[in-house]
Design a protein around this ligand. Structure first.
Ligand code: ADP
Ligand code: MG
Length: 646
């Protein structure tokens, strides 16, 4: 059973006697310790989390009732009821949703760590602010322990005769026993919080209403408040609007309401970076309410790359992991509510449903065009989106060939000419030099390293702009994309540079040794090649260097060296790297000096030593380790000795 599998009967199978005490799973216990002992300021979110669980439970029941209507029959109106009892000092959140069996109570509320628990504990260490993160990591239930000294959960699973009670004070364990009280719920879950002394204000009606308005107004199920005074319950009154937000028209919805809605959906309670809300009409009718969260979710780079759109059919919740958008748009959260799909569509059937395919296509197109529009009309807003999700969107460049051209209009790059800003490919192409036929790029781990690549020198001297690519995905799409606007993508660290036909702009930068002695250089190349043997594939003169003496490049047909390194990191044994090509800068005084010596003496010990030193230097310039550090140090010491020792 995996950590997220909630259906499991593992705990029940152990057939523990009733009234027994269970330990919390270790990570959960640590989390609870934090909730109980830390002092947080925004504790009011506990109510939002419990209400959201109740709303989920009602959604789940509605879904199960589609195939088993009897579950809903005796109590068809779903509702969430908050009962504030000042005399007892308790606040109860009750729902008539799906409920939990004994096994589910044990598993869901403490023995199976939720997938987010670990990530939550790690993030909290960094930020110190638990309440902000609780919803985001799906550990909402435990927020109750910020305000309650004791939590009692009484639950009846829909369709079951048994009622079970789970109780805990948040220290290492909880108890579970059959519930015998005559106020047992007919269906669903009732969570009673015995409030801590400093949390009694949560019994005040105005406070509860304020929290519900702020966080839970959009919940599409009525939330009612009952105040109990000296044992006498007052009248229940509804305190939320209870209309699905996506069914309302845009003009009626305030930014606050959108924010609260997406906050509840994605667990990130800040203003969304982009909201997409529309109604598709025509052949199929459906409502779409999506957003790009302002902060990336913690599992953005999970290998599963799962989509997170909720599917409703005529306001009935069907599933929350519908894949209405491709993997490279997985950061988009929201709801799609279809008018035409059959209500009894099972989650499994979704995969092959042609309607799903059509909606998927249309929604993807719409999302991309909205992103493009933002890029054009709100460059600042778009820059934030790009900073958070650019690396993910670029996955589409090799995954979604059909939309590649469209994606090329969205993607932004740092370049040697962008000076901290970003550029579009269109801008790049418009600034291309005479005789420039390719779009040049360099890949590295970060911008600083990319910009420092020695191979860039010759491009800079010719005023050629080069894309600085720093996301791992860049190494992949550049290989599969055929080009943009008819111009192929070319790595500046691979193959021949072919720069001869493009005139130098900054000639003064090149310390040109006017009298390049071609035959001397030829002799030097041969001598170095002989020395280095199998360590290199070839040694040749470079067009791409102006100030560095040497650099490494990859063969035109093979893999770029940066990509080789990326793949080697993933390979079990560290992988192997192809032999590099060593390029020499014929204008560099060290190279021309060596060439003169080669012409005079042919291959010599001196040239042999220099050859190895130059190769090691080229590795260092790449940010790679030298293959034999001891030999390198010895050679370097030898050279220093000649210069420094009297
Ligand atoms: P999440 O809501 O992200 O799953 P929580 O910590 O809020 O995480 O809740 C844990 C689990 O406990 C839920 O996934 C659900 O299975 C169960 N649960 C909590 N509250 C209820 C409820 N009112 N009715 C039914 N199940 C519930
Ligand atoms: Mg929850």
């Amino acid at each position: 059973m995996t950590a997220t599998d909630k259906s499991g009967s593992g705990a029940a199978a152990e057939a523990l006697a009733s009234g027994e005490t269970h330990s919390f799973q270790a990570e959960v216990a640590r989390l609870l310790h934090l909730m109980v002992h830390s002092v947080y300021s925004d504790t009011d979110i506990f109510l939002r989390e419990l209400i959201s669980n109740s709303a989920d439970a009602c959604d789940k029941l509605r879904y199960e009732a589609l195939s088993n209507p009897a579950l809903l029959a005796d109590d068809p109106e779903l509702a969430i009821t908050l009962v504030a009892d000042k005399t007892k000092g308790t606040l109860t959140v009750a729902d008539n949703g799906i409920g939990m069996s004994r096994a589910e109570l044990i598993d869901n509320l403490g023995t199976i760590a939720r997938s987010g628990t670990h990530a939550f504990m790690e993030s909290i260490g960094e930020s110190g602010s638990a309440p902000k993160l609780i919803g985001q990591f799906g550990v909402g239930f435990y927020a109750a322990f910020m305000v309650a000294s004791r939590v009692d959960v009484v639950s009846r699973r829909a369709g079951s005769d048994e009622v079970w009670q789970w109780s805990s004070d948040g220290s290492g364990s909880f108890t579970i026993e059959p519930y015998e009280g005559d106020d047992a719920p007919r269906r669903g879950t009732s969570i009673r919080l015995t409030l801590k002394d400093d949390a009694k204000s949560f019994l005040e009606a105005w406070r509860i209403e304020q929290i519900v308005r702020a966080y839970s107004d959009h919940v599409a199920i009525p939330i009612r408040l009952v105040e109990v005074n000296e044992g006498k319950p007052g009248e229940a009154r509804q305190i939320n609007t209870a209309a699905a937000l996506w069914t309302r028209s845009k003009s009626e919805i305030t930014p606050e309401q959108y924010k609260e809605f997406f906050g509840a959906l994605a667990g990130i309670y800040s203003d969304p970076a982009l909201i997409i809300h529309y109604r598709a009409e025509g052949r199929h009718e459906y409502a779409v309410l999506l957003c790009i969260p302002s902060e990336p979710p913690f599992d953005l780079f999970d290998p599963e790359r799962r989509g997170r759109q909720k599917l409703y059919v005529r306001r009935v919740f069907i599933t929350d992991d519908a894949e209405f958008l491709p993997g490279y748009l997985r950061f988009i959260r929201g709801v799609i509510d279809s008018e035409d799909m059959p209500l009894n569509i099972s989650r499994e059937m979704l995969q092959n449903n042609p309607l799903v395919g059509q909606i998927r296509k249309a929604v993807t197109n719409r999302v991309l065009s909205e992103i493009k529009r933002t890029a054009e009309q709100d460059p600042e807003g778009f820059a934030k989106i790009w900073a958070s999700y650019g690396a993910v969107i670029k996955e589409g460049l090799y995954e979604d060939a059909a939309r590649r051209d469209e994606l090329f209009e969205i993607v932004r790059f740092r370049t040697t000419a962008s000076e901290g800003e970003t550029r579009t490919l269109k801008e790049y192409v418009a600034a291309m030099k005479t005789n420039q036929t390719a779009i040049y790029y360099v890949t590295a781990d970060d911008v600083r390293k990319a910009a420092a690549a020695p191979q860039l020198e010759g491009f800079k001297a010719r005023g050629l702009e080069v894309l600085l690519l720093t996301d791992p995905v860049d190494s992949f799409w550049t290989r599969s994309a055929l080009g943009f606007d008819g111009k192929p993508f070319r790595s500046i660290t691979q193959g021949a540079a072919d720069l001869a036909s493009i005139p130098l702009e900054k000639t003064e930068e090149i310390k040109s040794d006017q009298a390049q002695d071609k035959s001397a250089l030829g002799t030097l190349l041969a001598a170095i090649k002989q020395s280095l043997g199998d360590a290199v594939k070839d040694v040749r003169l470079s067009e791409r260097l102006t100030s560095s003496p040497v650099c490494l490049v990859a063969d035109a047909g093979g893999l770029d060296r940066h990509l080789e390194r990326l793949l080697a990191k993933q390979a079990p044994g560290g992988g192997t790297q192809a032999q590099p090509i060593l390029e020499l800068n014929p204008n560099h005084p060290v190279i021309s000096g060596l060439a003169r010596r080669a012409k005079l003496n042919g291959a010599s010990d001196e040239i042999n030593e220099a050859a190895w030193l130059l190769l090691d230097q080229a590795y260092i310039l790449e940010g790679e380790p030298v293959p034999d550090p001891a030999a390198f140090a010895k050679r370097l010491t030898g050279v220093m000795g000649k210069v420094l020792v009297d």
